[in-house]
Design a protein around this ligand. Structure first.
Ligand code: GLU
Length: 491
């Protein structure tokens, strides 16, 4: 018989009377969009309810360990403002928070479950893959019916075994999920899943139940791929006589109507999105809305606002499609909302990828970009003309709406060059006045002057900023040089 004192002490450690959620990633080396969403929902449920948010590292799958992967988890969580109250690095009342550091404990509970008649040792030679797939007809398993004495004797002899869950053949199991409602399955369709592997480590299927119970987790949020296992988890909770937590299973994040997002098929992870020029806060906002709907029309939420309004009932059971265009929209909104100083700081490295000449002020260039940037990685290609005037076609001077053609451009450039040469100050006001003054003198609309000046200065049809700003940043000398190049090209 097991010494119940130890188990009772374990029970006494479990915090009660508060909402406790956990994010339980496996260290894979990157953060899936779906994983990030799970992390956000668990975090938001905890914070909304003034509860505790726990980080648990699920590393029992030793075959899939990735070097440095746990650091990626910490880094990503810190970047995403997902500050946890308990976890491997910050400790807490129910540690350790890394599954491999809890390894001894699972076996104890598996043996307790055997005593309670809900598990058995299985000595059959099965391949690991058969065990993982649950591809095993329990009706055939002689171990299921082995006496406890016989089982103990074989174990004492050192025969290798796994511990399986003993699932009743009869009856049905019903569990409740917050978004999927009540789901009932016939017990006869459930396999006697492996709880403890031959190496003594628990399977995910066992460890999650033990850990969620011992850590006092009240709300379990996870991907809907675990829905089919939930009845077995319920039978485990019942086998131990424990309360079942609130389940929230989230439907997958899809790439399109038929395919899940997958890193293997080239879909971006959180890290990829950051590298592609998306802001963490925009990603967080957008990903939260993938499968959760707020009550009103508001779409842009800060983390604090999300904490305020997040409710489980808004989580949808239908799969959400990841729409990069929508994320771009969120990103540009976040960029626009930044202070000019903050944006300049953020944009500078992207500007410097193509504008190496430090005589051109990055903050001044950033000011041209802020209202028009969707993703940061677009920036280098938009401002490359500052460093080097591109080769361009004189057809660019032809622009109907501005009533500009090659002849009018020659006329404008010939007259603006001496005006620019003698301008008292090289600032927006004076450059603007020079061009509007010339337009008035030519009895033409301003655009007729500004079009050829901008084309000549940038050598590009589409530029962030207009003629005034571009000339100002280029400086008088470089502007004049470029206007003269244009004149030569045109004649
Ligand atoms: N380690 C599991 C995963 O990364 C966690 C599942 C759960 O949250 O229960 O998929």
């Amino acid at each position: 018989m097991k010494d119940m004192k130890w188990f009772e002490d374990m029970e006494k450690r479990i915090p009660t009377g508060e909402v406790r959620t956990r994010f339980a990633p496996s260290p894979t080396g990157y953060m899936h969009v779906g994983n990030l969403r799970t992390a956000l929902y668990t975090y938001l449920i905890a914070r909304h309810n003034k509860g505790r948010f726990i980080l648990r590292i699920e590393d029992t799958d030793q075959g899939r360990l990735v070097e440095g992967a746990v650091d990626v988890i910490y880094k990503t969580m810190a970047e995403c403002h997902l500050d946890h109250d308990e976890g491997p690095d910050v400790g807490g009342p129910v540690g350790p928070y890394v599954q491999t550091e809890r390894r001894g404990l699972y076996k104890e509970y598996a043996e307790l479950l055997m005593e309670r008649g809900h598990a058995y040792r299985c000595f059959c030679e099965k391949t690991a893959s058969e065990e993982d797939a649950g591809d095993f007809d329990r009706g055939d398993d002689p171990c299921r019916f082995m006496s406890r004495e016989e089982s103990d004797r074989l174990a004492a002899e050192g025969r290798p075994y796994v511990i399986r869950q003993l699932i009743p053949h009869e009856g049905a199991t019903t569990f409740h999920d917050e978004s999927f409602g009540d789901i009932t399955v016939e017990n006869s369709t459930l396999d006697d899943q492996v709880l403890i592997k031959r190496d003594g480590l628990p399977t995910y299927n066992f460890a999650n139940v033990i850990d969620d119970h011992l850590m006092g987790i009240t709300h379990v949020v996870r991907g809907s791929e675990y829905l089919s296992s939930a009845p077995k988890y319920n039978l485990l909770y019942e086998g131990f006589g424990w309360d079942v937590p609130v389940y929230v299973h989230c439907s997958p994040v899809m790439r399109d109507a038929h395919n899940k997002m997958s890193k293997r098929h080239g879909d971006p992870s959180y890290e990829d999105l950051v590298n592609q020029g998306y802001l963490t806060d925009a990603i967080i906002n957008y990903v939260t809305l993938l499968g959760w709907s707020p009550r009103g029309e508001q779409e842009i939420f800060s983390m604090d606002e999300l904490v305020d309004v997040f409710d489980i009932s808004g989580i949808s059971k239908s799969p959400a499609i990841f729409d990069i265009e929508k994320l771009k929209y969120f990103n540009s909104e976040y960029i626009r909302a930044m202070s000019p100083e903050a944006f300049a700081k953020l944009a500078e490295p992207y500007i410097r990828r193509s504008v190496k000449n430090t005589a051109y002020d990055a903050a001044a260039i950033a000011a041209l970009l802020q209202q028009r940037t969707e993703v940061l990685t677009d920036i280098p290609g938009k401002v490359d003309f500052f460093d080097a005037l591109p080769e361009y076609d004189t057809e660019l001077f032809v622009h109907k709406k501005s009533k500009s053609d090659k002849d009018s451009s020659v006329a404008v450039l010939k007259r603006i060059i001496p005006i620019f040469e003698t301008l008292s100050d090289w600032d927006d006001e004076h450059i603007m006045a020079a061009m509007t003054g010339l337009a008035a003198d030519m009895e033409a609309k301003n655009a007729r002057v500004m079009w050829p000046v901008r084309i000549a200065a940038a050598g590009k049809a589409v530029t962030p900023g207009g003629a005034v700003e571009i000339c100002r940043i280029l400086g008088r000398e470089e502007t004049l040089r470029r206007l003269n190049v244009a004149l030569e090209k045109l004649s």
